[in-house]
Design a protein around this ligand. Structure first.
Ligand code: FEO
Length: 401
């Protein structure tokens, strides 16, 4: 039994789905699982595009063997070497001594680093090189830092299929469905696609822009990423998302409120602000507890929304540790071009507000701080409540332009 699907008449999805993995890269929760996509082209020559993670190697090998049905595997094209795709290279090479490997110079260096013996089997390609496999001509396009430096994408100029590596990928297992028009992407997938992009590739926006520019010159009928659905329609939808994310332009005008609260008082202030915002007509408001929300979700929301409010208790005369972690992740993933506001709380020496403001000013780029931090001493009172209301007015004025 195989789990293959046709992409076109002679191109097949031969990957696998994993619902057992809890943390992608041992960092990011994937409650909907993940797919590792690989594609097999059966032309006069046979060619496999990328391999899969070890976790699904057995079904992947069965899928490929079933379709090859005794034919040799002439080529293995490696677009990306991260082990969620490259881990099964050695297994393919051992089973197919006839196979030549097509990839970039840096990818071959990485194959050796990972201990794969590719000596005498390499076909090194550079930007714009092409190869014919029979009816199909494949063009190779370098895509450095989308998401590693060795990455490339491959374009089937015959059937207009872009093998886009990590680009246009998503968390989430396919579970039999393959194409974007077989799922309700905007309802069921976009949050995972955004969380995948922003946390995995989000740091490298300018490189994604460079790839989008190259892709815009191609007539594309299919986008085959290494994770998630294959795109065969509605390209404008996903390209627009990628364009915004990679330029760090918010998708929506709205407010992300992230609070750090030990006993509920800072949480109460965050909720009071949310209520005041909604009262002023700003209802695209999303409140998260930094202690119980995975930081990958917070990062994803910070890419989606235009305004971010950080409300933090002071802890050891510093920023509450999970809030500091969120700040560091925003810095590392190049979150920019956002409007921020800060609320601090402290019973005897409130410090968090000044420290967060300093971090936003000195460590991040293109951040606009709307107001001086609002200070709460222990709990909202007759002094701080009006300041929360005033902050809500400033934020509302800024959001509703
Ligand atoms: Fe899905 Fe960068 O690997």
């Amino acid at each position: 039994m195989y789990t293959v699907r046709n992409v076109t008449e002679d191109l097949y999805w031969v990957g696998g789905n994993d619902h057992r993995l809890a943390l992608f890269e041992n960092v990011h929760p994937i409650p909907r699982g993940v797919s590792y996509n690989s594609y097999l082209l059966l032309d006069e020559k046979t060619a496999l595009f990328d391999t899969v993670d070890w976790s699904v190697c057995r079904e992947y090998l069965a899928n490929a063997a079933g379709l090859l049905n005794g034919r040799p595997l002439d080529y293995l094209v490696i677009n990306h070497m991260e082990p969620d795709h490259g881990a099964s290279i050695e297994e393919i090479l051992l089973r197919h001594p006839e196979t030549k490997v097509i990839s970039t110079e840096k990818a071959f260096m990485m194959m050796r680093q990972f201990g794969f013996d590719v000596d005498g089997r390499e076909i090194e390609v550079k930007e714009g090189d092409s190869m014919s496999f029979g009816r199909h001509t494949i063009v190779f396009v370098e895509a450095p830092m989308v998401h590693w430096p060795e990455a490339m994408v491959s374009f089937d100029a015959t059937d207009k299929v872009l093998f886009s590596a990590d680009g246009f990928g998503s968390f989430g297992a396919l579970d039999g469905k393959l194409f974007n028009d077989e799922v309700n992407f905007d309802r069921d997938w976009i949050d995972d696609a955004r969380r995948y992009y922003t946390n995995i590739v989000g740091k490298y926006g300018p490189f994604v822009q460079a790839l989008l520019k190259k892709a815009s010159t191609l007539e594309i009928k299919y986008i085959c990423p290494l994770h998630g659905p294959v795109w065969r329609s509605d390209f404008g939808y996903i390209i627009d998302k990628y364009d915004r994310w990679s330029r760090y332009v918010p998708e929506e005008r709205g407010v992300l409120i992230v609070y750090a609260s030990m006993y509920g008082n800072t949480e109460f202030a965050a909720q009071a602000l949310a209520s005041e915002l909604c009262r002023r007509g700003v209802t695209n408001v999303h409140v998260y507890d930094v202690s119980s929300t995975h930081v990958s979700q917070l990062i994803s929301e910070s890419f989606r929304l235009s305004h971010v409010v950080l409300a933090s208790v002071t802890y050891n005369l510093n920023i509450y540790p999970p809030m500091y972690h969120f700040l560091m992740e925003m810095k590392h993933l190049n979150v920019q071009n956002r409007t921020f506001a800060v609320i601090e709380n402290g019973s005897w020496a409130p410090q968090a507000g000044g420290l967060i403001s300093k971090f936003l000013d000195e460590e991040m780029r293109d951040i606009y701080l709307l107001e001086d931090p609002v200070t709460i001493t222990s709990a909202l009172n007759e002094l701080s409540s009006p300041e929360i209301s005033a902050l809500a007015s400033s934020i509302a004025e800024s959001v509703l332009v």
